[in-house]
Design a protein around this ligand. Structure first.
Ligand code: AMP
Ligand code: GLY
Length: 420
């Protein structure tokens, strides 16, 4: 397992649960993963180091968590060394690493998505903006850890974002080229698809909470909490998403000559006129994974192995009827500056159905568990109702002792208000 976040911790747990009883190794991991798997201090973006580690440890199968190593070609390198990999090669990872590449693919293959124009100079971008209504969306082309998107409510805000990205170097090389995209309105859902060439299996639906504050206020983050299933995606709507978006996306990627073996994460806006693609990610979502995997009743290792080997045809998936809800415990100040090193005390015992997945955690010199990142923990609860899952997750969050912990109080609230 490659990665160090809550997503990777949830993956390690799910892989460990396989009847194949695998020995799971992780690089680099975090303090929580270290309790479940042997961790090796090789950074997730050290492609050569990870390849050497896999060979030295005689690893038989590699699952890659984050997008950065995928876009740097870790999949290509490992495959060239003869190792089965779950995670696309660099050509597939471009679907996440370049929003312009993806937009062109979506438009070419007539997959529903917002209209957009591309710019690498401020002047023409401002001229274009002058004739567009607000809100309008400004996106850095390249990877920006989930932060390269500004949904501008005013033209002044849009112009400032354009200037900062292209001239101000706000996202480095990632922001030298930008998209100016029409704003979509509606509710979002995350559709995670296990893809192997033209074969695929859709995982349980989920909904993320991207903004830092309650009521979806404040800046965008990597994700502050999730729940599954997202019941706004009715079975009929899921059928439509499959027909209009998933099948065409998988076919388009294959038609472009990409042999995609890994998770295709499709961010979808449920607009009044139908589902529309916001983005692709070339990996599992974080924190979607922390609610999606606990609801899968089948052997995840077998599923990912089949996808990696090109043997996914005919695969099906059983899910549990339970609801899952994950609250992300972040460091106060995230997504801007936040403290590191504050001790964390976890409850000695967790109630049934509750799991704590570590993200930004480490051990200090004294061996204490400390904060080491913006998103620190993901607290997932599984229960027969969404309300019960929320109650359990929040009880566990409240029981975590940490001076600078912060979490949203309203994860799942939209679905709870609608009544499940
Ligand atoms: P992304 O990094 O592409 O996932 O974008 C981050 C977030 O920005 C998305 O989850 C949406 O909430 C928002 N967003 C992106 N594109 C649009 C759009 N065209 N219209 C409205 N919101 C958007
Ligand atoms: N939670 C959204 C993402 O992983 O990109």
């Amino acid at each position: 397992m490659v990665g160090a976040g809550g997503r990777e911790h949830a993956l390690v747990r799910a892989l460990q649960a396989s009847p194949a009883r695998p020995r799971v190794l992780c690089a680099p991991g975090n303090a929580g993963i270290a309790a479940d798997a042997a961790c090796f201090p090789v950074a997730a973006d050290d492609v050569a180091g990870l390849t050497a580690l896999a060979q030295r440890e005689r690893v038989e199968f590699v699952v890659v968590g984050p997008e950065v190593p995928l876009s740097l070609g870790l999949g290509d390198r490992l495959r060239a060394a003869g190792l089965p990999v779950y995670g696309p090669n660099a050509d597939g990872a471009r679907l996440e690493a370049s929003k312009i590449f993806t937009k062109q693919l979506l438009l070419k293959h007539r997959i529903p998505t917002a209209g957009a124009a591309f710019f690498d100079a401020v002047g023409p971008a401002l001229e274009y903006l002058a004739q567009k209504p607000v809100p309008i969306v400004i996106k850095a082309d390249g990877l920006a850890a989930g932060k390269g998107v500004v949904v501008a409510q005013t033209r002044a805000e849009a112009e400032a974002a354009v200037r900062e990205m292209i001239d101000g170097g706000r996202f480095g090389a990632s922001g030298k080229q930008i998209l100016v995209e029409d704003c979509l309105f509606g509710e979002e859902t995350s559709i995670l698809v296990v893809v192997s060439g033209r074969d695929y299996v859709i995982l349980p639906t989920s909904q993320d909470h991207k903004r830092i504050g309650d009521g979806d206020t404040g800046p965008n983050t990597g994700g502050m909490g999730t729940y599954s299933p997202a019941e706004v995606v009715t079975p009929e709507l899921l059928g439509r998403i499959d027909r209009e978006i998933v099948r065409p996306s998988v076919d388009a990627i294959a038609a472009e000559g990409i042999d995609y073996r890994g998770t295709l994460f499709i961010g979808i806006m449920l607009t009044p006129s139908g589902p529309s693609v916001i983005e692709y990610n070339a990996r599992f979502g974080d924190p979607e994974t922390q609610v999606v995997l606990p609801r899968i009743a089948d052997d995840l290792l077998a599923l990912l192995w089949r996808a990696a080997r090109g043997e996914l045809a005919g695969a099906t998936l059983r899910t549990k009827p339970d609801y899952a809800l994950c609250v992300v415990v972040a460091a106060k100040g995230y997504p801007d500056a936040f403290p590191k090193g504050d001790p964390i005390e976890l409850p000695a015992e967790l109630p049934a159905g509750v799991a704590i997945f570590h993200a930004g955690t480490a051990r200090n010199a004294a061996g204490e568990l400390v904060m080491n990142g913006g998103r620190v923990l993901g607290v997932t609860a599984l229960a027969p109702t969404l309300q019960a899952a929320a109650d359990r997750a929040y009880a566990a969050c409240d029981a975590i002792r940490c001076r600078s912990k912060y979490y949203r109080r309203d994860i799942g609230a939209k679905q709870l208000r609608r009544g499940q």
